[in-house]
Design a protein around this ligand. Structure first.
Ligand code: NAD
Ligand code: DAU
Length: 340
């Protein structure tokens, strides 16, 4: 590996991966390739903007011209694909971009990568491809039962990765991450949304009874797991990357409020997300058997994250304007009006 194309590198997890890789591997050139959608943010890359082994290219993974141009210009030998439409609620309101980027875009990256003769292709995927797991823990060979347009589009992308490995012998690996939290996360996802809303004494719209279960993983551990699989994963394989830290939504909401010293009266139970998966839980023994270990304890990571949003309102206040407010209205106005 010499020249790495990191697609979606201006987003939440992609930028954490880039910040890590730029300092951990000075011998690699890290080319960030990002369309800069509403979720892409150059502020996420400010800490490494002076690094001499990092370059930024604006482009769309679903555009053959954009992808081919970057592969050729930087003699790319490795692709790590974080680029995606990533928010489940938006996939219910506006699904088109999800199919275009998460399914077709992955195909374009694979096909252009194959024609260019790249080595390893790493696809960043999600535990949501397994669908609702009422009990037990998903293993990598379990069948896909995605329930939202987001998770179905991610499953489609993954299946194309598998097809290119089997049909064309491409060197591919897949990571399936669980609910990730940390600094620089767009404030539409539960943790940064509730933290920043509570800081301003605004209502926290908990979907349904709040008894849904998610497995919370700190972003630096997720980013380092992608690095680990990139270097140690076996070709053609997928690896679950979980926090092994299952919590009900209502519990994580209460913990955020406690860390901020805010009252639980801010919690509003609102009508549920359509098709809402009740529980995700993964068995991570395959990745651990390869030697991967998480570094962060959940309590420490949560406190650090809440503190980061408190200290860095310059980062999120300017996001919560314009298109964000339009989205907030579409997603929450009627729900909050119908709150218990
Ligand atoms: P994000 O929404 O913060 O960032 C996505 C990035 O992709 C943005 O920078 C955006 O501009 C870019 N992008 C979108 N469409 C693009 C396109 N067509 N071409 C090029 N760039 C494009 O997402 P995230 O939370 O950092 O998630 C990154 C990846 O990890 C996604 O593939 C997601 O499915 C996966 N994942 C996320 C989580 C989580 O909890 N956030 C958990 C497991 C897996
Ligand atoms: O599991 C991995 C997935 O985690 C990733 O693949 C996705 O990209 C990522 O967005 C995340 O999906 P979720 O739907 O689980 O994340 P979100 O933060 O949107 O919601 C977490 C839980 O909180 C979920 O059960 C829905 C609930 N929720 C969320 C919001 C935004 C609420 O109750 N109210 C809210 O306003």
């Amino acid at each position: 590996m010499k020249n790495l194309l990191v697609t979606g590198g201006a987003g939440f997890i992609g930028s954490a991966f880039v910040r890590h890789m730029v300092s951990a591997y000075p011998q690699y050139r890290i080319v960030v390739f990002d369309k800069l959608t509403y979720a892409g943010n150059m502020d996420n890359l400010l800490p490494i903007k002076e690094a001499d082994n990092y370059v930024f290219v604006q482009g769309d993974i679903a555009s053959r011209d954009d992808v081919r141009g970057a592969l050729q210009a930087y003699d790319i030998d490795t692709i790590i694909n974080f680029a995606a439409e990533s928010h489940v609620d938006r996939s219910i309101l506006d699904p088109d971009a999800f199919m275009r980027t998460n399914s077709h875009g992955v195909f374009v990256l694979l096909d252009e990568g194959r024609q260019h003769g790249i080595g390893r292709f790493l696809q960043v995927s999600t535990d949501e491809v397994y669908g609702d797991v009422e009990e037990g823990f998903s293993k990598e060979d379990d069948r896909f039962l995605p329930n939202s347009p987001y998770s179905a589009s991610k499953a489609g992308g993954e299946l194309m990765v598998r097809a290119f490995h089997i049909t064309h012998g491409m060197d591919t690996v897949i990571t399936r991450g669980s609910n990730t939290f940390g600094p620089y996360q767009y404030p539409e996802k539960l943790l940064p949304f509730f933290t920043t809303e509570a800081m301003d004494d605004r209502p926290l719209p908990v979907y349904g009874d709040g008894m849904q279960v998610r497995d919370w993983l700190y972003v630096d551990d997720h980013a380092k797991a992608v690095d680990f699989v990139l270097h140690h994963g076996q070709s053609g394989e997928a690896y679950n990357v979980g926090g092994e830290n299952l919590l009900h939504n209502i519990d994580i909401t209460r913990r955020i409020l406690a860390l901020l010293g805010k009252p639980e009266t801010l919690i509003k139970h609102v009508p549920d997300r359509e098709g809402h998966d009740r529980r995700y839980a993964m068995d991570c023994s395959k990745l651990k058997a390869l030697g991967w270990k998480r570094k962060w304890e959940f309590e420490q990571a949560l406190a650090h994250t809440v503190q980061w949003y408190k200290k860095n309102d310059w980062w999120w206040r300017k996001i919560k304007t314009g298109e964000y407010l339009e989205y907030y209205k579409r997603q929450y106005a009627a729900r909050l009006a119908a709150a218990d």
